[in-house]
Ligand binder design. Structure first.
Ligand code: ATP
Length: 235
């Protein structure tokens, strides 16, 4: 579904990504783990067309997307949940969800999808009229994921959904990510510092170290790998 081939990305003279290659098949949950500053967010932003790619290629369902504008990329079926959630704080929960469907005009289907995300996250249904900015961190993360789902993505990109949240909430959110993957065959690209939780729901993982992929394997094998345990799992 997605083929990232030898991409390099720079901020001015600083090379943030060095020859990154990642393949994602339809229906998979892939996780990209790595320390602070390894280049995880840059990889996602390169994918979304937010940060320009200097060399290499990114193919989504056979189409080259590395030179496309972000809105065009969204229209192909790729939605991002950015780091730090970035919901619209002045808008209500319901209005935030409507924003996620801005490229669609199938009103009845949009209504169904709103009910679907309310089923996934009953807290959002309870708070549908509340301003986004007044929600707790965990609820805002739920809203950010739901807003992305309102675009009916085939590929969902998540940037550190666990950031700053209590373990119990993280568990709930990761359970929902798994459910969405299984129920709708939504392919998931999950960027995480919380390697333990991410590898538990992912099928395969990639380890990013200072802008380079240092390892890739099935998630259960990475969880059992001694180097990964020492560097990322605190074991
Ligand atoms: P984090 O977990 O902290 O978000 P990350 O793995 O997502 O880390 P990136 O944010 O992609 O890492 O950063 C990769 C490298 O690029 C880092 O060295 C960072 O300092 C640098 N970098 C990121 N954004 C910029 C920017 N706008 N300008 C210059 N350098 C940047």
């Amino acid at each position: 579904m997605l083929k990232i081939k030898n991409i390099s990305t720079y901020y001015g003279n600083i090379q943030a990504l060095k020859d990154i290659t990642i393949d994602v098949s339809e229906g998979e949950i892939i996780t990209l783990i790595g320390a602070n500053g390894a280049g995880k967010s840059t990889t996602l932003m390169s994918l979304c067309g937010i940060v320009p790619v200097k060399s290499g290629s990114i193919e989504f369902e056979g189409q080259e997307i590395s030179k496309m504008n972000p809105d065009r990329i969204v229209s192909l079926g790729i939605s991002q949940v950015p780091e730090g959630r970035r919901i619209f704080p002045q808008l209500s929960v319901r209005e935030n969800l409507d924003m996620g469907a801005f490229l669609r005009n199938d009103k009845d289907e949009i209504k169904k999808d709103i009910e679907y995300v309310y089923d996934l996250f009953p807290r959002l249904a309870e708070r549908r009229h509340q301003q986004g900015g007044t929600l707790s961190g965990g609820e805002q993360q739920m809203l950010a994921i739901s807003r992305a789902l309102m675009a009916r993505p085939r590929l969902l990109l998540l940037d550190e959904p666990s950031l700053g949240l209590a373990p119990l909430i993280v568990q709930q959110i990761f359970d929902i990510i798994k459910k969405v993957n299984q129920e709708n065959n939504t392919t998931v690209f999950l960027v995480e510092q919380n390697a333990n939780m991410a590898l538990k729901i992912a099928h395969r993982g990639y380890v990013l170290e200072t802008g380079k992929i240092s390892m890739t394997d099935d998630a259960d094998k990475l969880l059992a790998n001694e180097d990964v345990k020492k560097a990322y799992l605190g074991i």
